[in-house]
Design a binder for this molecule. Structure first.
Ligand code: ZN
Length: 122
């Protein structure tokens, strides 16, 4: 008798992503996805390849940009302006920047309100 089922490669229980900045591996919930859409970097789900970065981690953005990891991950050449926009967006830009088109998506990775209903009484 031949074995009917080939041994599957060990698959992780949940999808794991690797941050292109610090190489940390975490669930997609802890990361933001960067994709290239129409020549612009977009944050959140999108078509094509995606690169992942730790959420709320400007350091990771910096590292990724400095090493050119983003272009490598997406397998495209990313325009400097797009990188700058991403840095501004993800790196916690001061409000009123107005040039971060990558933020149009709404961040998608944002946690919608963590309830804090702690009643403080004397
Ligand atoms: Zn990271």
């Amino acid at each position: 008798m031949a074995k009917p089922t080939p041994a599957p490669t060990t698959a992780p229980a949940s999808p794991r992503r690797t941050c292109i900045g610090c190489r940390r591996v975490a669930g997609s919930g802890e990361m933001i996805r960067i994709s290239l859409s129409d020549g612009r970097l977009a944050v959140g789900p999108g078509p094509g390849r995606g690169a992942w970065l730790c959420r709320d981690a400007p350091d990771c953005v910096e590292r990724a940009l400095r090493r050119g990891a983003l272009g490598r991950a997406l397998r495209v050449e990313v325009a400097p302006e797009a990188l700058e926009a991403l840095r501004t967006c993800v790196g916690g830009a001061p409000s009123g920047g107005g040039g971060a088109e990558v933020c149009e998506d709404g961040g998608s990775g944002r946690i919608a309100g963590s309830p804090r209903n702690k009643e403080e009484g004397p």
